[in-house]
Design a protein around this ligand. Sequence first.
Ligand SMILES: Nc1nc2c(c(=O)[nH]1)N[C@H]1C(S)=C(S)[C@@H](COP(=O)(O)O)O[C@H]1N2
Ligand SMILES: [Mo]
Length: 367
Amino acid sequence: MDMKSGNWSGTAIRPVGLIIRQKDPNNLEMPFDQLDEFITPSELFYIRSHFPTPEMDPVAYRLSISGAVRNELSLSYADIRAMPSRTCVATLECAGNSRVFMVPPVPGAQWELGAVGNAEWTGVPLSALLERAGVADEVCELVLEGADRGVPKEEPKPPGPISYARSIPLARAMEPDVLIAYQMNGQDLTPDHGYPLRAIVPGHYGMASVKWLTDIVAVTQPFQGYWQTSDYGYWDDSDGTPVRRPLAEMKLKSQIARPRVYERLQPNRPYTIFGAAWAADTDVAEIWISLDGGASWVQGDFLDPVNRHAWRRWKYDWITPAQPGRHTLLARATGADRRTQPDGHNPNFGSYVIDHPLPIEVFVAAP
Ligand SMILES: Nc1nc2c(c(=O)[nH]1)N[C@H]1C(S)=C(S)[C@@H](COP(=O)(O)O)O[C@H]1N2
Ligand SMILES: [Mo]
C-alpha cells in the first residue's frame, strides 16, 4: 500500500474480508484499517441483521404501499425496475458503531470502527411511489417493513416474533435521495444487503434503511413499534423531562483508519494518518487531529470534496515522534455549522451514538 496517497497500488488482488461480531444472524464489520477508496467495495461493506436473512423470490415478490393513501399499490420487482431510476452515494453508519470504545462496556454487538461504509445506491425515489399512491393530507410518517422476522433481544420486548419495521417522517421520505434501492455499487443487492429491494435513507443511522422491504404504510400517528421505542431510541431531555424518541439523523463523526489500534510505528519517520468523516445535518468542513491524546490539535486535509450524503476521506502527514513509547491519536471533525464532535458520549443515547473522538493508541518503537 502506498501510504502517501492512502491507496492500494499495483495489480495484486486487494485483500478483503469482514470481522464476525455474530455468526447467525450475520453481523460482520469492515476492518476499518482497510479503508482506501471513496466507495467502500461491497465485499467490505458491513452487514447488520437482527434476524436471519430471509429467502426472497423475485418473481413472487411484491412491494405493498398502503395505509392512508388514495390508491393502494402492489408492485412487482419488475415494476420497480421499469421505473425511472436515480443513483446517489450515501454513507451508512450503524447507530452502535464504535460501541467497543465505551467504558464501562455496554451490551450489544461490540462494533469497533467498521460498522460504517459509503456506497453508491441505485433505485426508485420513494417520493415517486408516494406520488403514485397519493398520500393523504394527515399522513405524518411512512412505516417501512422488512420480510425478516424474529423475537428481538432487548427488553421491553413483545412476547412473540415481529418483523423489522422503522418509520421516517413524511418530509424526509419526500427527499429525492431517499431510495427504494435494488443496486449497490452497480450490482444487484446481495441477500445480506437486502435483495431484492431495500430502503436507503441518507443522513439517518443505518437502522432506517430497511432491507428486504415488503411494506410501506402511510400512517397519521407517529409509529411506536419496537425498533422505534425499545430499541433505536434515546432520551430527549431538551424540555427538562426526558422523553423517549426514535434515533434518526447521524451525528457528525470522524474516525482514524490508519494507524490502527496498537500499531507499532518506527520513530521519526513520515507516516500519513488516514481516515474519514461524515455528518447528516451539515457538511463536514474541517478535520483536526491530535497526536498527544487531545492536548493539542493540528488540521488535516480532505481527499474528497463535499458530497451531501457521503463521507470525506482525510489525511495528515505526520513525522512520528523520536521518543519511543505509547501515543494516543484522536480525530475530531467540525461541521459547516461550526459545531464539533462532543468531548464524550452522551448517556441519553444509551449504547448508541458513539460520536466523540475515539482514542487510537499506537506504539513508537525504540530506534
Ligand atoms: N429488514 C431489516 N432491515 C434492516 C436491518 C434488519 O435487521 N432488518 N438492520 C438495520 C440496521 S441496524 C443497519 S445498521 C442497516 C445495515 O445495512 P447493511 O447490513 O446493508 O450494512 O440495515 C438496517 N436495515
Ligand atoms: Mo444498525
